[in-house]
Design a protein around this ligand. Sequence first.
Ligand code: NAP
Length: 251
Amino acid sequence: MVDLKGKVALVTGGSRGIGRAIALRLAEHGANVAINFWRNRKAAEETAQAIEQYGVKAAVYRANVADEQQLHKLFEKLEGDFGRLDILVSNAASGVLKPAMELTSKHWQWTLDINAATLLHLVQHSVPMMNKEGGKIIAISSLGSVRALPNYAAVGASKAALESFVRHVAVELAPQNIQVNIVSAGVVDTDALKHFPNRDDMLGSSRQKTPAGRLTSPEDVADVALFMVSEYSKMIIGQTITVDGGYSVVA
Ligand SMILES: NC(=O)c1ccc[n+]([C@@H]2O[C@H](COP(=O)([O-])OP(=O)(O)OC[C@H]3O[C@@H](n4cnc5c(N)ncnc54)[C@H](OP(=O)(O)O)[C@@H]3O)[C@@H](O)[C@H]2O)c1
């Protein structure tokens, strides 16, 4: 049994999709959970209510994770509301979905900033709030960091940068007993997929080619995230753990 009683977690993009499932899984195991959102307050408040049903404290912070000033304010609120941080889940992501030949420098910069540079800022704010017992940091990535997917050149490159950054910062922080890792997922049918021009093909071919016989669900990702923030994963440092029902190992 994973016991997170008394711990404080922050899940960026924790209002919907994979972030919501992770926030609820952490709350189910006793953590107080702060979630961040950007555009959709109603979804965030509904998720906060669901978190509180586990008898833990919830908080909702609006901030665009790509904006350093807004992140700074978010952490001031977190410090005031909870006074500590034990678990950071960097889940919110965005980016431009286009073929490489149609990408502009602006598309590229925005995508790299929001998906990779954001973790730098989140880590720099989080570590001072983690106490001597240490902490757990996970970031959410996708198979597009190591495979070529249609329309995914910028986002794939940003996720590759994210994974590389995690390896480096994980080594830096391991002596402080702060573990940093990636959980990478196969195709998960969330609202994010509505932005993909090739959504139906992605879902169809993932279902067909996944050895486990079904798509990865948000809860599948949350189960692995729970393991990664538990004591049972303490010697896993700087790794990318893939949750995809075997999709990525099939030739
Ligand atoms: N879905 C997949 O197939 C899949 C596969 C592998 C990895 N992933 C990764 O899993 C993570 C979550 O994806 P998802 O599919 O669950 O997405 P989703 O359902 O679209 O949810 C996105 C969440 O991020 C928040 N968000 C978006 N932009 C934000 C910003 N600029 N600042 C703060 N919050 C922001 C959204 O809040 P608002 O609604 O308020 O904007 C929402 O809570 C991402 O890192 C994604 O790359 C997804």
